[in-house]
Design a binder for this molecule. Structure first.
Ligand code: IDP
Ligand code: MG
Length: 150
């Protein structure tokens, strides 16, 4: 099973969309194995979004992501990285398909509600930025019996 990092951003938390996001993850059959609410500080924000350091939107992005609490999760399942990227939709919500989180709940690229890792390498890096290995739990879920054929 693969792990990905998923986060409800400050706009998603402020708009009361945490339950909606969690609900979609659960209904898909994915398993949440770690979760916490936190306020991201500037240092963590700059590390998390380090790849965008030289982009014109970087300062705005750091202000946005540190502007209020977020809900961070580790999500496990078959091809979790690819599945979550498909579920959140395109970066710019104007291009995100209806049925995706961004396509259903957002309109502005600078307020796009959720983050999900874009590769297995990013997932590992982002999970370790936000969680200690001891915070990631192991438990059995219905998925083991009914979501997967084997
Ligand atoms: P992603 O979140 O879909 O992986 P990235 O290209 O990695 O998209 O960008 C990270 C975040 O930076 C986006 O989710 C969005 O919040 C913000 N962002 C990306 N491009 C722009 C832009 O052109 N203007 C403002 N914010 C942007
Ligand atoms: Mg990205």
């Amino acid at each position: 099973m693969e792990r990905s990092f998923l986060m409800v951003k400050p706009d998603g938390v402020a708009r009361g969309l945490v339950g909606e996001v969690i609900s979609r993850v659960e209904r898909r059959g994915l398993k949440i194995v770690a979760m916490k609410m936190l306020r991201i500080d500037r240092e963590l924000a700059e590390r998390h979004y380090g790849e965008h350091r030289d982009k014109p939107f970087f300062q705005g992005l750091i202000s946005y992501i540190t502007s209020g609490p977020v809900v961070a999760m580790v999500v496990e399942g078959k091809e979790a990285v690819k599945v979550l990227r498909a579920m959140i939709g395109a970066t710019n919500p104007m291009e995100a398909q209806p049925g995706t989180i961004r396509g259903d709940f957002a309109l502005d690229v600078g307020r796009n509600v959720v983050h999900a890792s874009d590769s297995q390498e990013s997932a590992e890096r982002e999970i370790s930025l936000f969680f200690d290995e001891s915070e990631i739990v192991s438990y059995s879920s219905a998925g083991e019996t009914w979501v997967y054929e084997e």
